[in-house]
Ligand binder design. Structure first.
Ligand SMILES: Cc1ncc(COP(=O)(O)O)c(C=O)c1O
Length: 415
């Protein structure tokens, strides 16, 4: 992803060193330059100071990845302006501001702006694509046994309403190669396969799938590829089109750190007329991606703050952020892996790993383990009770410190 000059884009800034920086918590300045490495605690502490402090250790950052203070400040400024100017803002500035955000997000994601819809979350994007495509009875869709429940729910709705047939691939938990993962999908591809759903990062375990390789193999067989990028976007490197899929959906309130209720939907230009919008729109031509955004009046201040979230992300630097998250995760994962009762349910290999990882402890249910960490140590995690994966999920965040994850390891020794 491209790195842009951050400083000139951020209003409301405080002076530090030779550069002006956005103010974080209690006026804390963003660190200057780049971290010396993923273990540069001083640099990352200055990043952590950009987030509101909590009186507990939050290691459940997968549901909602809290935005930094410069983003919430900007959101408030945008909201105040809209509330002050009312319809004058809506009639004169709204469209241009939204188009500015679309262009900025498209440049960040490496897509043409005309292929990018600003939606509210992955769920909405997935519904638009899956409910909007033309299905015939007997069409087959390949999914996996570890996709997100809500998305699987949309597919089950298609079975009921449109007569499609689902074919479920079984993902290996610790793949020995990409070929093993690709084969799991290809095994279910047949002459009636129309679409495959690939989840870029499995929410249960943080398992990163080799999307470009899977997508290439599927498209070669004429299968349309839909990527659930809820946990991949702005956490993993790479432009959206480079994945080689046909559709990509993501939630921006996860790894981009945008305010709640922001998502994106990308599709190849050729796909746009093929998809019928969920909410009727007769005002725009069939090739216009904006057809999918017609939900009536919406909180534009949240959409405007996407640009501010990109500023913060780019200030950290995509590569430095990824390296930091991986460093924190591998720090606790490596420490607990040697414990006799602990079982890691996520891949260890860096290429398949990210900020999320899941483990279990022999003799404890996920709920009992989650409750023990919370009640005795004030460490917040989430219990995963899924037919395939059971354990406690830990997700680090840019504001997580090495001391936080070391505290988790110490707490597990005491459990
Ligand atoms: C893999 C995956 N897909 C989709 C979603 C749904 O995201 P949202 O609730 O933001 O629509 C989630 C949420 O955690 C997820 O983990």
């Amino acid at each position: 992803m491209r790195r842009k000059a951050f400083l000139k884009l951020m209003p409301g800034i405080a002076a530090v060193g030779c550069a002006t920086q956005p103010a974080g918590r209690e006026g804390a300045a963003m660190p200057t330059g780049r971290p010396r490495g993923p273990d540069d605690e001083a640099w990352w502490a200055a990043i952590a100071a950009q987030y509101e402090p909590t009186d507990f250790v939050n290691l459940e950052n997968g549901f909602f990845t809290r935005p930094a203070r410069p983003v919430t400040d900007a959101q408030t400024r945008h909201r105040d302006e809209i509330n002050r100017r009312g319809a004058h803002y809506m009639r004169t500035d709204l469209e241009a501001r939204i188009e500015g955000v679309r262009r900025r997000l498209a440049a960040f994601a490496g897509t043409p702006a005309e292929e990018l819809a600003l939606v509210r979350n992955t769920t909405e994007a997935m519904n638009i694509v899956l409910q909007g495509l033309p299905w015939a009875e007997g069409d087959e869709i390949v999914l996996s046994n570890q996709d997100y429940d809500t998305v699987v729910g949309i597919l089950r709705t298609l079975v009921r309403r449109r007569g499609v047939v689902l074919r479920e691939a079984t993902l290996p938990e610790q793949p020995r190669s990409d070929d093993e993962v690709i084969a799991a999908y290809l095994e279910h591809v047949g002459p009636r396969t129309k679409l495959a759903l690939i989840t870029q990062v499995i929410h249960l375990t943080g398992h990163v799938l080799p999307v470009p390789a899977i997508a290439a193999a599927l498209r070669e067989r004429g299968v349309t590829v839909l990527v659930d990028g809820a946990h991949g976007f702005a956490q993993l490197p790479g432009d959206i089109p480079a994945m080689g899929a046909d559709f990509f959906a993501a939630s921006l309130h996860k790894w981009l750190g945008a305010p709640l209720g922001n998502g994106l939907l990308w599709m190849r230009a050729a796909e746009i007329p093929r998809v019928e919008p969920l909410f009727a729109d007769v005002a725009r031509p069939s090739h216009d991606i904006r057809r999918f955004e017609h939900i009536g009046t919406r909180p534009a201040h949240d959409v405007e703050a996407i640009a501010d979230a990109i500023d913060v992300h780019e200030h950290m630097g995509a590569e430095a952020k990824r390296a930091r998250l991986l460093y924190l995760r591998q720090r606790w994962v490596t420490a607990v892996s040697s414990r006799e009762r602990v079982r890691l349910r996520s891949p260890l290999d860096d290429a398949r790993a990210c900020a999320i990882a899941t483990f279990s402890v022999d003799g404890l249910t996920p709920r009992a383990l989650q409750a023990a960490l919370w009640e005795r140590h004030r460490i917040y995690t989430v219990a995963i009770e899924h037919p395939v994966i059971q354990g406690v999920r830990v997700t680090v965040h840019p504001s997580t410190t090495a001391a936080d994850v070391d505290g988790l390891v110490a707490a597990l020794d005491a459990v």
